[in-house]
Ligand binder design. Structure first.
Ligand code: SF4
Ligand code: SF4
Length: 139
């Protein structure tokens, strides 16, 4: 994995969908034709801008940055209230199962977002491929 944030696309089904492709300003994602093809990512073109994360209606794209023993995992978030930078939350996996406490290191929207927020957690590098969301510690 990269020492800069890059997109991780977890879109396993062949469905008629391509907002990820049209959202990427760098041509890093290709769905092509037919539109049911699964997206392909060209890592070399990805800047980690996060536009595709906010654009994906399936909430199926993440950003991962790995450096040293730690990783930063960014995921789309559409609930209120929003966490704040510095909050400690429970990192969860794809099934919503808890993986441990993690600090929130970024809360942002990209310029094209229609309401989706991007939340970034700092986690142990060993969990970079597992953490895909959060919940509050007391829930
Ligand atoms: S993070 Fe940005 S550059 Fe990378 S694939 Fe997504 S939209 Fe393209
Ligand atoms: S926008 Fe999301 S759900 Fe649609 S093809 Fe791209 S990754 Fe899959």
């Amino acid at each position: 994995m990269e020492r800069r944030p890059v997109a991780v696309i977890e879109c396993p089904e062949e469905i008629p969908c391509n907002p990820c492709e049209t959202a990427c300003p760098h041509g890093a994602i290709r769905v092509g034709k037919p539109i049911t093809r699964r997206p392909e990512l060209d890592l070399a073109k990805c800047t980690g801008c996060g536009l595709c994360v906010a654009a994906c209606p399936g909430l199926a794209i993440f950003l991962v940055k790995e450096e040293g023993d730690t990783a930063e995992v960014t995921f789309p978030y559409e609930f209120l209230s929003l966490p704040r930078v510095g909050d400690v939350v429970t990192a969860v996996n794809r099934d919503g199962e808890p993986l441990g406490a993690a600090p929130v290191v970024a809360v942002r929207q990209v310029r094209t977002s229609d309401g989706t927020w991007l939340i970034t957690l700092a986690v142990p590098r060993s969990l970079a491929d597992e953490v895909r969301g959060m919940r509050r510690l007391n829930r």
